[in-house]
Every structure is written in C-alpha cells, then in structure tokens.
Design a protein around this ligand. Structure first.
Ligand code: ADP
Ligand code: MG
Length: 382
C-alpha cells in the first residue's frame, strides 16, 4: 500500500481541501482514509480574487500569494497527517492543484498559483504540481482532470453513471459501464458556486447561501434565465472547460440590464430585480445546465460531489432537471463528496510518480495520453 495526499483549492476560493488516498498493490484498490480542510484567510482570498484579472505589479503579487497559499496547503497536510496518525515519511507524494488565476487553453496557457518548492520544504514530502500544463501543451483543455479519477474510483460493471462536481464551476464525468466500447467523457457544464457565492456575498454579506435557503425564498425570473442560457459557452460542443475568465461577477453584472439591480451590498434592491430572485435564478441556471448534461449522458444514476452537494435547494432543483436518473451524492459510493476532488489530485500524483498518463484525451481533447505534473522534491534521494 502506498499513500498519497491531494490538495485542492478550486474556483470558489473558499478553502484548501486535502485528502489522504491509499492505493493498494495491484489491482490498485483506492481508499480515501482522511479528509481535512482549511479556509483560505480573508486577505489571501481577496488577493486571489483580485489576481483573477490584470492589475498593477501582478507578477510580484502573484509570487507572494503563491507563497502564502503554500503555507495554507502545508497546514492542511499537517492536519491530515495528525488526523490519520501517520508520519510524513509514509507519504510518497503530494498532488497540489494550486489556485487557478487564468485559464485560457485556446491561447495555450492555464495558470495555477502555488509555490511547490515551499510546500515540499515545509512538509518534507515530494510535491507534484502544475498538473494541467502538459495536457494544454498537447492541445487539450487541461480540464477537467477529475474524470480519469472518477472513472478509476466510481465506474461500475453494469450501471452507466454520471459524476457531477458542483464546485465554483460544475463539471460532469460520464462513466459507461465496464466493457462498453465507449470512452469516458466529461466537460465543464458552466457556473455553479462562483456566481452563487458572489451574488450572495454582495447582497447578504454571507460567504455563501447555506443550504440554498436564501435562494429558496426567491422566484425564478424566466426571461433572465433565458438570457443567461443564450451564453455561447453552453452551446459549445465538448471538449470544453471554463472558469472565472468567463463566469465571474462581471459576466453576471453585464447580463443584468444596467440599473435593473440597484443598490449596494446591504442596500435595498431598488426598483429592479429582487436579489433573492436573481439568486433563485442562478440556482436554476446551474440546475438546468447540469441537468441537461445528465439527461444527455444517458446515465442511470447521478452522483454529486463538491460543496454544492450541501446546497439542498440546488440538489432539489438538480433532481428535477436531471430526471429520470436519480440524483444522490458520492457518499452512496462510500466517498465523502467534499473529499473527491482532493482525492483526484492524490491519484494524479501517483500517476506522475509511476510515469503513467493522468489525462483522458477523450475528455480534454489533447492529442493523446500525457504524464501530468512537475515534481518538487524536498531533499536528495540517496
Ligand atoms: N451548506 C452549504 N450550503 C450551500 N452551499 C455550500 C454549503 N457548503 C458549501 N457550499 C458551497 O460550496 C462551495 C465550495 O465548494 P468546493 O467544492 O470547495 O468548490 P471549489 O472546488 O470551487 O473550491 C462554497 O463556496 C459554497 O458555495
Ligand atoms: Mg473549495
């Protein structure tokens, strides 16, 4: 048995999630044995959000943010090791995602901030980082990367399954039953928590809409929803991936008629739309776009992971839109929905260490399978 750690901080910029993954000797059974999470401190969260768009002195600021983020990553590693009661030396490698600040595969780059040498130095464990670049270099989207792990962990002998990650952005993995001749496919469906969080923060001051209760009290604005659904990204054929480069608060603001939604964060909605109705409509946007992907996938069951799995209202709306396939969470498959994406990066680290491909060209559109990630080692190997 070998141990790997995966560390993930996604487009929600809420926290660094970590998972400890045990990989058995052949046939390679996977077991997620520990999970830990630390919120990203508010000043760093703001800086990472600011770095999503061009700004003054951004090279130096990005370097400092990458160093600070490595500190939070190291804290999560310490929590994981303490929680699981195992020493750093028992971990083969860490797969660390970093914080995406630009994602433009069509221009040949994707940037995840993180200082891997600092993380390796702090933990005394080898770090695999920059896991998207090789796929982009091979003409792929560099995303989503989780479907390969979803296939490894969740594929079934009989049932055709879909795994949906409701992070800042939502992505789907379509897992044909073993033996089917079809490849595993997947893509980013569009926005999930990033717009929900931004709107909620602006109008209520809360970081996110707990359980979707605030949205639940709103009414879906059909015209607004139709307007959002006309966004060209939704009609693009896969392979496709997206991020805050497209679906940021600016996208939301531009889509709302100037002046229609008035007032500051705490203020009255004015004469325009009720902010709660906008939140309800955002939930519906995610439910409709993800639900459509689920229906088109032909999956018999849908398994949700990511923070959005905790948004009860969103889960209810998704169940309606994904029907007839029942919607549940990956807990039904024995894996904590919060831990799945982090576990995926632990698995990707193992693939890098073993010199095996981490991408699925059928998902990302890369020219072929590629070994993903760069290695930072804390000390010489004797
Ligand atoms: N109880 C909850 N109710 C509603 N939304 C939640 C809840 N818990 C977490 N979330 C949402 O999940 C998000 C984090 O999800 P996560 O999977 O970490 O996304 P990412 O990978 O983009 O960081 C939070 O920003 C929040 O929007
Ligand atoms: Mg997160």
């Amino acid at each position: 048995m070998r141990r790997f750690i995966g560390l993930m901080s996604g487009t929600s910029i809420d926290a660094v999630d970590g998972a400890l993954l045990e990989i058995g000797e052949p046939p390679g059974a996977l077991r997620t044995t520990a999970f830990a999470s630390r919120p990203i401190p508010e000043d760093l969260r703001r800086e990472l959000e600011t770095l999503q768009s061009p700004g003054a002195d951004e090279l130096a600021r990005a370097a400092l943010a990458a160093n600070a983020l490595a500190g939070v990553y190291a804290d999560v590693v310490a929590d994981l090791l303490a929680g699981a009661g195992c020493p750093a030396a028992s971990v083969t490698a860490i797969g660390a995602h970093g914080q995406t600040v630009r994602h433009r595969p069509e221009l040949g780059y994707t940037i995840q901030l993180l200082q891997p040498a600092r993380l390796a130095e702090a933990c005394g464990i080898a770090v695999v980082c920059d896991l998207r670049a090789a796929d982009v270099a091979a003409g792929g989207q560099g995303a989503p990367l989780a479907p390969a792990f979803h296939a490894e962990a969740f594929r079934d002998a009989i049932e055709r399954r879909a795994v949906v990650n409701l992070g800042g952005i939502a992505n789907i993995s379509v897992l044909p039953a073993f033996g089917a001749s079809e490849p595993v496919t997947g893509f980013d469906t569009g926005p999930a928590n990033t717009l929900l969080d931004a709107w909620c923060r602006r109008h209520t001051g809360a970081d996110f809409d707990r359980d979707g209760d605030w949205a639940r009290g709103g009414k879906v604005d059909a015209a607004l929803l139709a307007n959002w659904l006309s966004e060209p990204y939704f009609a693009l054929a896969p392979p496709k991936s997206t991020g805050r480069d497209l679906f940021d608060p600016g996208w939301l603001d531009r889509s709302l008629t100037a002046g229609a939604v008035a007032g500051p964060a705490s203020g009255a909605p004015g004469t325009g739309r009720n902010p709660r109705d906008v939140q309800a409509t955002l939930v519906e946007l995610t439910a409709v776009t993800v639900g459509q992907a689920c229906r088109e996938s032909g999956a018999e069951r849908v398994f949700v992971c990511g923070g959005g799995a905790r948004n009860r209202f969103l889960m209810e709306r998704l169940a309606v839109n994904a029907a007839p396939a029942p919607v549940t969470t990956t807990q039904a498959l024995g894996v904590d929905p919060q831990a799945v994406e982090a576990a995926a990066f632990a698995w990707l680290a193992a693939r890098r260490i073993d010199g095996m491909a981490g991408n699925l060209a059928s998902v990302t559109g890369a020219r072929g399978p590629r070994v993903l990630g760069l290695l930072a080692e804390p000390r010489p190997r004797n």
